[in-house]
Design a protein around this ligand. Structure first.
Ligand SMILES: [Zn+2]
Length: 273
């Protein structure tokens, strides 16, 4: 939830660009991997920046979101390039009254034909969160961070509790930033209905989930940067874990007792340690 005064359109475009740049720096969006969407629950006028308009069919009916706006990355766009030219890489979608279609506003400079192929998951998550929490703002990011994705290929990390107890033990702040942990979801075909349903469930409980053998999906109702930070924290924990595996597991990590004492100090309630 965001309090007024709400961020300006330009600030939102810049923050999406900065998140894309940071995700690229941490090797989480090679080539055209990764996608970002932002739900805006207040009125925004897209036409000065995005003058082209067409009607598109939505992947699911969202009548309660009539007249609400989304900023979404285009299919095949590179997250690292958004900062240089947000209008070329993003579209602005305003949901129609019936909730079945939307007006898609784009720039003449646009580098894509369709929205990201993961838009079905993005829209389902936004809809679910807005309906259950009443959020007036929400960010959803998919990225493919190297170490976290690598761990998801190793069978013992394909378990939410095991994964969290191992990646969150390397820095005292990790449990503070990721107190409800990283959810693990088994592999599903990208863009599929099953992936969308699993992700929806996972993101009710966690603010970030790992898609087994693929990448992550993260959400925040506060800011674009909080969302990319969340991916970076989880990825940092996974990087430490990987370093420890190749270092013959010489690192101790913080003990469960040490992590519980951090939680006491920071008044964090968690069920991982
Ligand atoms: Zn992907």
């Amino acid at each position: 939830m965001i309090e007024a005064p709400y961020p300006e359109f330009e600030e939102l475009l810049t923050s999406i660009g900065e998140a894309g740049q940071r995700l690229s720096e941490i090797e989480a969006c090679e080539g055209a991997a990764g996608n970002i969407s932002v739900y805006i629950g207040w009125n925004i006028e897209p036409r000065r920046r995005f003058p082209l308009v067409e009607t598109i069919q939505l992947p699911q009916a969202v009548p309660e979101l009539a007249n609400r706006t989304f900023l979404v990355t285009g299919s095949g766009c590179r997250l690292r390039e958004i900062i240089r030219d947000p209008l070329a890489n993003l579209a602005c979608l305003v949901i129609d009254e019936d909730g079945l279609t939307g007006h898609l506003y784009t720039s003449p400079r646009r580098l894509f034909t369709n929205l990201t192929s993961e838009f079905n998951s993005h829209l389902a998550i936004h809809y679910d969160q807005v309906m259950t929490t009443g959020a007036n703002f929400q960010v959803v990011i998919h990225a493919q961070p190297l170490y976290l994705t690598h761990l998801s290929h190793i069978s013992r990390y394909q378990d939410t509790l095991y994964l969290n107890q191992h990646i969150l033990r390397w820095q005292p702040e990790l449990i503070v930033h990721l107190s409800d942990g990283v959810g693990y979801l088994p592999f599903c075909v990208p863009g599929s209905q099953k992936l969308m349903e699993q992700t929806l469930q996972g993101l009710r409980k966690h603010r970030i989930v790992v898609w087994g053998k693929h990448g992550v999906m993260a959400r925040s109702d506060l800011s674009v940067k909080r969302t990319s930070d969340r991916i970076e924290y989880a990825e940092t924990g996974a990087k430490y874990e990987y370093l420890n595996l190749v270092n013959h597991e010489l690192g101790e990590g913080l003990s469960a007792e040490e992590i519980r004492s951090v939680c006491e100090g920071f008044k964090i309630s968690q069920s991982i340690f």
